[in-house]
Design a protein around this ligand. Structure first.
Ligand code: H79
Length: 446
């Protein structure tokens, strides 16, 4: 029994249009968090705050007027959009998502709706425009992150508790709509919108606005992709509407975590994206990364493969410094992942869930077409034997490692050993299987 909804999901199942196929096939994206928080970098009055650097205003209880005056210090003399874009390209990112406005309310573009924007900093120039042009020139799609939550705007409300709140918040929603219309109109190559800061009661009580925004953006930019985090339905239900249907075009709830590859395979039924930090929880630039574990390039690469193997996109975050430089650790990550992607990108781009039983050595991925299944090996068994359990009736006719055949041994019904050549692997080896017969197992056939 379905509940009638005015603001619920607009369609069911995965979108199959060209724009969405491109978004999905991109698989690997670069997230960039850049704003005024990059200037203090997690340190205020000599005190280091371990919590997320982009939350410093809140952690250190800094008054809005004090925080906002950081704007007059924003002058990234080392910023070079083309260098950023080249690094992203070298890493293998096919899209980039930039914080046009984070919770602090500062705009990286010269918005006509507020003075709190890049045009009034010493830097003056439109950073968003520079980034869009530089990334697009490298063939990388650019998507816009937009925080609805706004610590700067006087009309922002966390909840609506009085008629005055209601009037103020209406004004706020008009402001946000205006900014989003401005972004979609002035940067015509934008491919997707990544909403954040939409969890408060004020938004939940205004689900109509979230649908209105989704429809407006798609009208201005046909094919635009919108994340589920924007959306709330008539009853304030977020992401998934009151009838259990996904709102927006893809599920965006996996933040700093990934679905379990065995228990959570239901995620393969819809489009989704996970976003990930390099430290435990720092999105904006933090001067002192010793405050938490810092993920290694191989940890992050494994997460990318894990995500692809479950039909999701992986959005890896970078937090440039206030001067526009990118820290050495992040550059190292980009280079290391990039070197592997250069050789093995075909197991990521346009790949999807293979539908085969997960094994301890790593992950399967499957190109959208053809009878190929890829194995990406992160845990190499001491005996060098990689077990593969195939769907009933499937045969593995061939297995190759870097173009060379490796031994395939049938050990039982629908079970094979792939003999991995014994050597010291510095990066995860990829074995390409040719599989014949059996049921089609790609997620799209389920
Ligand atoms: O931009 C990065 C972070 O700064 C931002 N999202 C990523 C992409 C972020 N904002 N807040 N948080 C992360 C954590 C806040 C979580 C909470 Fe909640 C909001 C706790 C309570 C309200 C989410 C919604 C968890 C529970 C309800």
């Amino acid at each position: 029994q379905e509940v009638p909804l005015k603001y619920g999901a607009q369609y069911t199942g995965k979108r199959t249009d060209e724009a969405m196929n491109k978004w999905r096939g991109n698989r690997f994206g670069q997230f960039i968090h850049w704003g005024l928080y990059a200037i203090p970098g997690g340190v205020w009055n000599g005190k280091t705050y371990n919590y997320a650097a982009e939350f410093l205003k809140s952690s250190a209880k800094i008054p809005t007027s004090t925080w906002d005056s950081l704007m007059y210090q924003f002058n990234p003399v080392k910023f070079n959009a083309r260098q950023w874009a080249k690094m992203a390209k070298q890493m293998g990112a096919r899209y980039m998502t930039i914080t046009t406005k984070h919770h602090e309310g500062f705009c990286l573009w010269p918005s006509q709706y507020t003075d709190f924007n890049i045009g009034n900093t010493p830097y003056k120039k439109d950073i968003l425009k520079e980034l869009v042009e530089a990334y697009n020139a490298e063939g990388i799609d650019v998507n816009f992150y937009y925080s609805v939550l706004d610590w700067h705007h006087p009309d922002w409300r966390y909840d609506i508790k009085s008629p005055e709140d209601s009037v103020a918040f209406r004004r706020f929603l008009q402001f946000a709509s205006g900014q989003l219309r401005e972004l979609a109109t002035n940067y015509p190559t934008v491919k997707a919108f990544w909403f954040d800061g939409t969890w408060d009661n004020s938004i939940k009580k205004n689900g109509w606005w979230t649908l209105e925004v989704e429809q407006m953006l798609k009208k201005i930019r046909p094919g635009a992709v919108v994340n589920s985090r924007l959306r709330a339905d008539d009853f304030g239900k977020r992401h998934i509407d009151s009838n259990g249907k996904l709102m927006g075009d893809y599920e965006s709830g996996y933040e700093r975590r990934l679905p379990n590859p065995v228990k959570d395979v239901q995620v393969t039924r819809w489009d989704w994206e996970a976003c990930m930090t390099v430290p435990e929880n720092q999105w904006g630039y933090h001067k002192d990364w010793s405050v938490s574990h810092v993920k290694s390039p191989l940890e992050l690469l494994e997460m990318l493969v894990h995500t692809t193997s479950m039909g999701g996109n992986f959005l890896l975050n970078f937090g440039p410094a206030g001067d526009g430089s990118i820290r050495a650790e992040e550059q190292h990550i980009a280079r290391t992942i990039g070197a592997w992607m250069q050789q093995n990108g075909q197991v990521i781009y346009d790949c999807d869930y293979a539908g085969w039983e997960k094994q301890d050595w790593g992950y399967f991925t499957k190109p959208r077409t053809g009878n190929i299944v890829n194995m990406v090996v992160f845990n190499i068994p001491v005996n060098g034997l990689l077990k593969v359990k195939v769907p009933a009736g499937t045969k593995i006719s061939k297995a190759t490692l870097a173009g060379k055949n490796v031994k395939v041994e049938e050990i039982a019904k629908d079970q094979f050993f792939i003999h991995l050549p014994q050597q010291a692997y510095k990066m995860p080896p990829v074995i390409v299987l040719e599989a014949v017969g059996g049921a089609k197992t790609n997620a799209q056939y389920q």
